[in-house]
Write a protein that binds this ligand. Structure first.
Ligand code: DQA
Length: 147
């Protein structure tokens, strides 16, 4: 049971970046917590972040080859990227979209997500805990698909 956790632009600055919105935890903290939970759930994890759209697309293609699941925080690409949506539409496994902040409480341009047209579930406003909720859900979806 392999899961890709993918993070989009500016999330490398998590913890330093607008902490009143995104909190004080760093992406390394998030990765550490995800790895801990993955061990418990017996998931193998590939954890990546990039500021470049094409790298995220390449990882989605890799996840497709691997028959994995995806938890993705596409960050600002959520609201702009048809290319990410197209990449996810080539992917057949479960996809959970995760946003740290409650995007629906924020600017109107954050209310629309291209990625949501493909996501099997969306988490928003649970802080970095959302990643763990996403992993639990992906584990369940992978198990259900194997039944
Ligand atoms: C985000 C929300 C997006 O609107 C924003 O562009 C981000 C992070 C979140 O995790 O809350 O970079 O995806």
């Amino acid at each position: 049971r392999l899961v890709y956790v993918l993070n989009g632009p500016n999330l490398n600055l998590l913890g330093k970046r607008q902490p009143h919105i995104y909190g004080h935890e760093t992406l390394a903290d998030v990765e550490r917590d995800c790895r801990k939970l993955a061990e418990e759930l017996k998931l193998e994890l590939r954890f990546h972040q990039s500021n470049r759209e094409y790298e995220l697309i390449d990882w989605i293609h890799e996840a497709r080859e691997d028959g994995a699941g995806i938890v993705i925080n596409p960050a600002a690409f959520t609201h702009t990227s048809v290319a990410l949506l197209d990449a996810l539409n080539t992917f057949e496994g479960p996809v959970i979209e995760c946003h740290i902040s409650q995007v629906h409480k924020r600017e109107a341009f954050r209310h629309h997500s291209y990625v949501s047209m493909r996501s099997d579930g969306v988490i928003a406003g649970f802080g970095t805990q959302g990643y763990q909720l996403g992993l639990r859900r992906i584990a369940k979806l992978i198990d259900d698909a194997a039944k």
